[in-house]
Design a binder for this molecule. Structure first.
Ligand code: TYD
Ligand code: MG
Length: 476
């Protein structure tokens, strides 16, 4: 009988099995378990002499460090996210929902680079050359010296690119459409995606060309295919936005050569993506002044302050279970703010549906938005509009205290620049914000904010019958 020393390894999480199975028990992914020959138990292959390892010098952490040479694309918002441009031999993965504008963005990046007389190659596995041309024409970039091809074979692509002058930038749109002879499964499968990515990464490291891989995302926003590709590449960028809104935000989830907290803001127009150098102005351009339930949050994205409007709607629940819907913010964070309002400030919200929306389709991650969210919620509940010239920021703790957040000065400066006259900030920011021209109102506890907005007397209106009954049954 032939001895089998093959093992089956999940290509997504790396779990090892002794036989094939359709679903990985460890990570729950389907069709990711593939056969791989296991390394033999001994240190060396049978029949081959054990090799003595080459000796290499170990060095100190201090010493001459040269910054990797970078090539700026010329699109400032794009370069901000990558950390100043493309590093030679680096590989970027760009993910995003279908139709969000990934191909459009990359055609513009390639054209910008070509305009600077650098060789840029765009390989499309999804669209025909004519389609890419048509798009470039619509973007007014038809004259750019970008080299185009519609190809999907990795071997052909690598051989073609290795000919002649090395391109500075190679765009592969998308990695899921590529296939390589070294793996025999269909394009788009985990094995193919991984093998194709590996071949392209090897090409990038060898030649010094920067490579951008476009990656599809699954329904829950993860880049489809193996997570290992995310580990293999130097940077993972995601392009996000609401399909119905014209704003698009580019973010880095991982970056070996730069920061991960910077965002690039673009606007999708009829003529392609337009850079937005001052996003606050854009996000506040359509404010609904004087209506209850809106608060302006002075946030920070990376090194840049960003003012956005939070909109809340609090209405009595029509059905049994109250609804909590949130757009652009963390659902758990909203639940926490609601719980603190209820437990520490006597604001009864358990019989109300709560909707919270970040204007403009932006997604914010900072806990500093807690105070603005609470202000919007209380404003909507008590039907009392907040002052239109005020900004809010501060983190709320479970005890109901308002905690300080980083970069108070930058937030206040941006608010002042955009014409705001006052800021509602944590008590602990008193020392930092003292020299500001804004009028500051300090809150130490969330109750101070609630009392300031309106005198909310707990159980505001007599409860309706259904709620009374639910209470009796002990359901709330
Ligand atoms: P695309 O770059 O093809 O998205 P992806 O590659 O991420 O799938 O973008 C397609 C969308 O962008 C499409 O819905 C139309 C819109 N669009 C514009 O609004 N203006 C333009 O100038 C272009 C080229 C596209
Ligand atoms: Mg595309």
């Amino acid at each position: 009988m032939r001895r089998r020393d093959a093992t089956f390894i999940c290509q997504s999480c790396g779990a090892v099995y002794s036989r094939w199975q359709g679903k990985c028990d460890a990570c729950g992914e389907w069709n990711t378990v593939a056969e791989e020959s296991s390394p033999s138990a001994g240190a060396h292959a049978p029949g081959r002499k054990p090799r003595k390892g080459r000796l290499f010098p170990l060095e100190a952490l201090t010493g001459a460090a040269h910054h990797p040479p970078r090539l700026a694309s010329g699109l400032a918002e794009f370069d901000r996210v990558t950390g100043g441009g493309f590093v030679r031999g680096s590989v970027l993965l760009l993910g995003g929902d279908p139709g969000i504008g990934k191909s459009t963005l990359l055609v513009q990046v390639a054209a910008a680079l070509a305009r600077g007389r650098h060789r840029a190659v765009f390989i499309s596995g999804e669209e025909a050359v004519a389609q890419v041309r048509l798009r470039a024409e619509r973007l007014g970039l038809a004259g750019a010296a970008v080299e185009l091809a519609a190809e999907t074979s990795i071997e052909d692509i690598v051989s073609t690119l290795a000919e002649g002058e090395t391109p500075r930038l190679v765009i592969i749109d998308s990695i899921q459409t590529m296939w390589t002879d070294t793996a025999d499964s269909a394009p788009g499968t985990v094995t193919q995606v991984r093998a194709s990515a590996q071949a392209l990464i090897r090409f990038a490291k060898r030649s010094g060309a920067a490579v951008i891989l476009v990656g599809h995302v699954t329904k829950d926003g993860q880049i489809a295919g193996p997570r290992v590709v995310e580990h293999m590449v130097d940077a993972v960028l995601s392009f996000e936005g609401e399909g119905s809104q014209q704003f698009r935000v580019l973010r880095a989830a991982k970056n070996r050569f730069g920061p991960t907290d910077e965002i690039g803001v673009f606007e999708m127009t009829g003529g392609g993506l337009r850079e937005v150098p001052n996003p606050s102005e854009l996000f506040l351009s359509e404010r609904d002044l004087g209506s209850p339930g809106t608060a302006v949050f002075a946030g920070i994205e990376g090194s840049r302050p960003l003012l956005v409007e939070l909109q809340a709607l609090v209405v009595p629940t029509a059905f049994g279970t109250p609804r909590r819907a949130v757009n652009g913010w963390d659902q758990n964070r909203l639940s926490m703010v609601l719980a603190v309002l209820e437990a520490r400030c006597g604001v009864r919200l358990s019989g109300h549906d709560v909707y919270l929306n970040v204007a403009g389709g932006l997604r914010i991650q900072e806990p500093a938005a807690d105070l603005a969210a609470a202000a919007a919620l209380v404003s909507s509940l008590s039907n009392a509009p907040l002052p239109a010239d005020a900004v809010y920021f501060g983190e709320i703790s479970l005890s109901g205290a308002v905690r300080p957040v980083a970069q108070t000065g930058a937030r206040l400066k941006e608010a002042q620049k955009l014409g705001f006259a006052r800021a509602i900030v944590p008590e602990a920011a008193r020392s930092e914000g003292s020299e500001q021209a804004l009028s500051l109102q300090f809150v130490a506890k969330l109750t101070d904010l609630v009392v300031g907005i309106a005198a909310v007397e707990p159980p505001a209106a007599p409860r309706n019958l259904r709620e009374e009954r639910r209470h009796k049954a002990g359901m709330t």
